[in-house]
Ligand binder design. Structure first.
Ligand code: ADP
Ligand code: 5GP
Length: 212
């Protein structure tokens, strides 16, 4: 059976994990790629389900042993996709969802040319701030770091095959589902990318400027 890898990237808090979970719950043919990470588990996160939580020594061993198809340092921790996930997806389902950052997406583009890449954008910078703060998973310092990183991440949106604005969750999920089904004509149109991304980035910059 062939595997169709779908990469979902987004600034932290834009909703890519929520969208990936919805797709996974809705479709029996979607396999979620469980990444390895050195970051600490959040309350409710389960080892082996949300992430493989590993110590830095173990992560470095996995890199050295060639066990990761891509890896990156993101927001001060290491994250990587086990190569084994790709093989398992081929056995268990058709679609492999990779929720990874933009550095990892670049590596997947080089290693897995058939992968399709979707960038999830928040409808506005303020919404991103609200979702990130509202999730309650990070302290203020970590929220600021994720917002600063968001500026650079959003600037890479044009590298992606498709952009989905996560305003209404059901509609955003329907758009990503349309990509999975090869019905990209059914996706909602969005304003031209530079206009959209410049507006979101300007709001994040304003927020960061007002909170220092
Ligand atoms: P990411 O994985 O991109 O960091 P999450 O999926 O954790 O983001 O979403 C961040 C927060 O925003 C979560 O609390 C989630 O419930 C909420 N959220 C996600 N999508 C939407 C949406 N379309 N409307 C409102 N809240 C959302
Ligand atoms: P979080 O700590 O919020 O779960 O994830 C932080 C960032 O790391 C997100 O952008 C997420 O997509 C990214 N990430 C998660 N797993 C991987 C991975 O295996 N590889 C890479 N490169 N990034 C990942």
């Amino acid at each position: 059976m062939t595997t169709f890898p779908l990469v979902l990237s987004a600034p932290s808090g834009a909703g890519k994990t929520t969208i990936a979970r919805r797709l996974h719950d809705r479709r029996g043919d979607v396999v979620f790629s469980v990444s390895a990470t050195t970051r600490a588990p959040r309350p409710g996160e389960v080892d082996g389900v949300d992430y493989h939580f590993v110590a830095e020594d173990e992560f470095r061993r996995m890199i050295g042993a060639g066990e990761l198809i891509e890896w990156a340092e993101v927001h001060g921790a290491f994250y990587g996709t086990p190569l084994a996930n790709v093989g398992q997806a081929a056995e268990r389902g058709r679609f492999l969802l990779l929720d990874i950052d933009v550095q990892g997406a670049r590596q997947i583009r080089a290693a897995v040319p058939e992968a399709v890449h979707v960038f999830i954008l928040p409808p506005s910078g303020e919404t991103l701030v609200q979702r990130l703060v509202g999730r309650g998973s990070e302290d203020d310092v970590r929220v600021q770091r994720r917002l600063k990183n968001a500026l650079a991440e959003i600037a890479t949106a044009a590298e992606f095959d498709h952009v989905v604005v996560n305003d209404d969750l059901d509609e955003a999920v329907a758009d990503v589902n349309a990509v999975l089904e090869g019905r990209t004509g059914a996706m909602r149109p969005h304003p031209p990318l530079p206009r959209l991304t410049d507006a979101v980035r300007a709001e994040i910059e304003r927020h960061l400027g007002s909170s220092v």
